[in-house]
Design a protein around this ligand. Structure first.
Ligand SMILES: Nc1nc2c(c(=O)[nH]1)N[C@H]1C(S)=C(S)[C@@H](COP(=O)(O)O)O[C@H]1N2
Ligand SMILES: [Mo]
Length: 502
């Protein structure tokens, strides 16, 4: 027993094992330096494997326990797995190389093969292979090693020194690679919508100007149109797909008279519209900000169903990242197939080249990186519905308290209110825990679409206040007061806070 333990310990701490780990780290760091946050980064395929094979309980428990850090934990875990895979690849190479071609060449070939198998990118896979092989060269230093008697079985001082020096090298390299990879990641110098097709964007520009004019200036809250870069993103994949618009097609299939395939140019050639639409994630906590508003440019989805003679009561929308979701035919007919955001070409993070915008529905049905529209006779579960969520319906009403700002006279309160379906009529505020209500000041409604509104209220009376916010829709319905958690079908309730005016 003890002897066995000893042997395992020796194997794990042998020079060969530690070198494999260091080479694994270098391979992943080098891959990032070479490819940036793209599909050619060896992390990306591992990530999509992890995403698609993690059981729902684990996803949901991580979200419950770590909330917004869930994504970070997912990324760290994936990074760990990626390094582990390259460690194993190096370990095999070292074992084989020992008896034949030598450690470093075997590592170079093996790690390259492995990276290539993962990413399919031959040249950028050198970004993994070269650093891994260099680590092995550094750790073994064949030029110093001619008379060695210990092949990694123990840790004589010289070996120890070499491994330690190599680890310093790897740490330095990983830091440099992180910087290099961050620079390589696609920069967001977004082209305007009119830049590569003579699209008339004056409509989008008008809406942007309208929103700017109507916005309140609320510190801590976005303007009526959220800036790209500040607009929240929620993805199942840690690395969003990179899709070239020229290679992209949209397949329309299922219950249709004639299945059709649309190219990007064809879509851009169809009648376009610009409109406001607010997205809100069903997983959002009540007063969090996974809700934003944009100006979207695209084609009415109803044109797609008319052109293909679609029947069927449901529509499944499939995406390049393996995500899919399903909405009713009715909701689809109100939707937009979108290629522009805030007057720019739709950015990669928001679904480039084409996504769906479904007015008044939870964020998850607004499928990004759209590749296929499938008309169905019967409803099927979407990606998140398979994982216990119920977010394909209409979004629930919410009034946020995002601005709490000291002023000369008291405290400025404010935020956004959104009701996808009926629209926000007014926002009310109580400063006595819900006993009495006053109307807050509210922005003019946005002209087209289901955009949110901003509200503000200045609290000047000294003392401690139990503030409660609620909104009322255009049909006179008061927002649900009862608090619910986000799972399964979205957070509801009135936002409350204790505000002190000195
Ligand atoms: N293809 C694809 N579409 C997707 C998602 C995704 O992970 N993959 N996430 C959905 C979710 S849960 C939300 S809330 C919205 C967020 O859109 P945004 O990232 O543009 O804000 O996109 C939806 N569309
Ligand atoms: Mo979402």
């Amino acid at each position: 027993m003890k002897a066995q333990f000893q042997r395992i310990r020796q194997a794990v701490t042998s020079k060969q094992s530690v070198t494999s780990v260091l080479a694994g780290i270098a391979a992943v760091a080098g891959s990032f330096a070479a490819a940036g946050l793209t599909e050619a980064f060896a992390f990306t395929p591992v990530s999509s494997f992890v995403v698609h094979n993690t059981p729902a309980v684990i996803i949901n428990t991580t979200l419950d326990v770590f909330g917004a850090y869930g994504q970070l934990i997912n990324m760290s875990f994936t990074l760990f797995v990626t390094v582990a895979l390259f460690t194993v690849a190096t370990a095999i190479a070292l074992e084989l190389g020992r008896h034949s071609v030598g450690h470093a060449p075997a590592t170079a070939v093996f790690v390259w093969l492995f990276a290539f198998a993962l990413t399919g990118a031959p040249l950028l896979s050198l970004g993994s292979a070269i650093p891994a092989a260099l680590v092995v060269v550094l750790a073994y230093r064949p030029w110093q090693d001619e008379l060695s008697l210990h092949e990694g079985r123990r840790w004589p001082d010289r070996d120890r020194r070499q491994v330690l020096q190599t680890s310093f090298g790897v740490v330095g390299f990983a830091g440099a690679a992180y910087l290099a990879g961050s620079l390589r990641s696609p920069a967001e110098d977004l082209p305007g919508l009119d830049e590569f097709a003579d699209e008339d964007v004056s409509g989008a520009d008008e809406l942007l100007a309208e929103a700017e004019m109507k916005s309140f200036d609320l510190p801590g809250s976005p303007d009526l149109v959220s800036e790209i870069g500040n607009f929240y993103t929620i993805d199942i994949a840690s690395v969003p797909p990179t899709i070239d618009a020229d290679d992209w097609t949209l397949e329309v299939s299922g219950e249709v008279n004639s299945a059709e395939t649309f190219s990007y140019d064809e879509l851009r050639g169809m009648n376009s519209e610009h409109r406001f639409s607010t997205l809100r994630c069903v997983g959002e906590d009540l007063n969090d900000r996974e809700m934003d508003n944009g100006v979207w440019t695209g084609v009415q989805a109803s044109e797609i169903s008319e052109r293909t003679g679609a029947t069927g009561d449901y529509v499944a929308m499939h995406a390049d990242d393996g995500f899919w979701n399903v909405i009713t035919r009715e909701a689809f007919e109100q939707s937009f197939i979108v290629y522009g955001m805030n007057g720019k070409v739709l950015p990669r993070e928001h679904g480039h080249p084409v996504r769906v915008i479904v007015p008044g529905h939870w964020g998850e049905v607004n499928v990004k990186w759209l590749t296929e529209i499938e008309f169905l006779d019967e409803n099927i579960d979407g990606y998140w519905e398979e994982r216990g969520w119920d977010g394909t319906g209409e979004v629930s009403a919410v009034a946020k308290l995002w601005t709490v700002e000291k002023t000369a006279d008291g405290v400025l309160l404010g935020g956004q209110a959104y009701d996808g379906h009926d629209g926000v009529d007014r926002v009310e505020i109580s400063t006595d825990g819900g006993e009495t209500w006053e109307e807050a000041e509210i922005t003019e409604p946005l002209s087209v679409g289901d955009g949110w509104r901003q509200w503000r209220y200045e609290l000047t009376e000294q003392g401690e206040h139990e503030v409660v916010i609620r909104m009322i829709d255009r049909d006179g319905n008061v927002q649900d007061s009862e608090r619910t958690s986000s799972r399964p079908d979205g957070a509801r309730g009135w936002v409350t806070d204790t505000i002190n005016v000195e």
